[in-house]
Design a protein. Structure first.
Length: 400
């Protein structure tokens, strides 16, 4: 049975979080749970094409990056954000393991953009390198294999030197996960992204650049879908309610793990320790002519006539899109994923005591035990994360 936390009264929240030692930097938010939770739309492919390499379907999507206005404070003015398809968060991708996808991100915002699919096994040209930017008036195609086990990934802006807060969910399903009884599905599987932001007295988003902030941003307004979230675990102060962790962005755990504390923090992907030029060949990644340089012109963002986008002609015509999908399929970019996985596991067996049997099961192995403080820790750290959700397999850890 899921045990729902009690919601604190708005007055209690203000007294708890706005003290003399820690005053509000943003306007005090006193509309807790007064606004309906916005649920992102499900992204639908614009085209499905048969891969000439595998004979399997591959889907083509278009995402329009553009500004939007959001009413965060009901009693103040709106704030300007930038979102995928003009949404915040962006639309949710519901993907199936083994069904490849190409996502075209079109930049109609006023700043450069680079999209990173966090936690995905993705070749360098499609990984959202910080300098691999798409300028305003350009588009870039990202080729995703969707070959991993079920997990909740998320996509976000990765452009160098600035951020506008773009983010969205990319949920990957597989047959094994769908057969597990008791996991939420469909309308009952709701991803929730946590974020902290800071606002000006008029309700607009606080701009670190305009305020000469170069180190970090302290956000005192905690968001779920741009609205604040507070929980009180139990009626008895100081009592912790147990939660059940069932997965992370590295996949489902081997079994449910109960804990009263869940640490969510940035972690580096352990693959990066091994994937450098000196050991690529030893890891079954001995292709040094393709995919090594994400800045190759054939993979970069390109300019296009605005009329092509609005009229679905030229580079946005069905025939041209099919040609581009054939180009990606014939790259054979992800055919050796399992070989690289096995080689990486072999590498770690000689470098890390007690390394997991397979990379895909690293999280399953590491979350079967908890520390003395009931914190979830991993023997092999699998991904970094700055967002979390309460869905079954999330960008850091999943709890139900």
């Amino acid at each position: 049975m899921t045990r729902w936390p009690r919601v604190m009264d708005a007055q209690d929240i203000d007294q708890s979080f706005a003290t003399a030692d820690f005053p509000w930097l943003s306007p005090v938010y006193d509309q807790i749970f007064q606004v309906a939770l916005p649920i992102p739309s499900i992204k639908v492919p614009k085209r499905t094409h048969t891969s000439p390499a595998t004979g399997l379907p591959m889907d083509y999507y278009e995402v329009d990056i553009k500004p939007l206005e959001v009413q965060v404070y009901p009693n103040l003015g709106k704030t300007r954000l930038v979102g995928y398809d003009g949404q915040n968060p962006g639309p949710t991708f519901m993907m199936t393991k083994g069904r490849e996808a190409v996502v075209r991100f079109i930049n109609h915002a006023d700043r450069a953009n680079s999209v990173h699919l966090h936690g995905s096994y993705t070749r360098a040209p499609f990984d959202g390198w910080a300098d691999d930017t798409t300028e305003s008036g350009q588009y870039k195609d990202y080729y995703y294999p969707n070959g991993q086990s079920a997990r909740t990934l998320w996509y976000h802006d990765h452009a160098i030197d600035h951020t506008a807060g773009q983010a969205g969910f990319y949920i990957l399903h597989d047959p094994d996960e769908l057969k597990i009884p008791g996991l939420p599905q469909g309308d009952f599987d709701v991803p929730l992204a946590l974020a902290a932001k800071r606002y000006n007295p008029d309700g607009s988003l606080w701009d670190p650049e305009a305020n000469n902030e170069e180190t970090s941003v302290f956000g005192d307004v905690f968001h779920v879908r741009s609205y604040q979230l507070y929980f009180e675990p139990d009626k008895t102060p100081g009592t912790r309610s147990a939660m059940t962790v069932v997965g992370s962005d590295a996949g489902l755990t081997a079994k449910p793990v109960q804990t009263t504390q869940l640490d969510i923090q940035q972690q580096d992907h352990e693959m990066m320790a091994a994937f450098n030029v000196t050991v690529l060949a030893d890891l079954g990644y001995n292709d040094t002519t393709r995919f090594l340089d994400p800045m190759e012109p054939r993979y970069r963002a390109v300019d296009y006539p605005a009329s092509d986008f609005t009229s679905h002609t030229g580079v946005f015509s069905d025939s041209t899109i099919d040609q581009k999908l054939d180009f990606f399929a014939n790259l054979d970019a992800y055919a050796h994923e399992a070989d690289a996985d096995a080689a990486l596991v072999s590498y770690w067996k000689t470098h890390v005591a007690g390394a997991p049997n397979t990379l895909s099961r690293s999280t399953k192995s590491s979350t079967t035990a908890t520390s003395s403080k009931s914190s979830i820790t991993s023997t092999v750290k699998t991904t970094k994360s700055s967002s979390s959700t309460s869905t079954k397999s999330t960008a850091s850890s999943s709890a139900v």
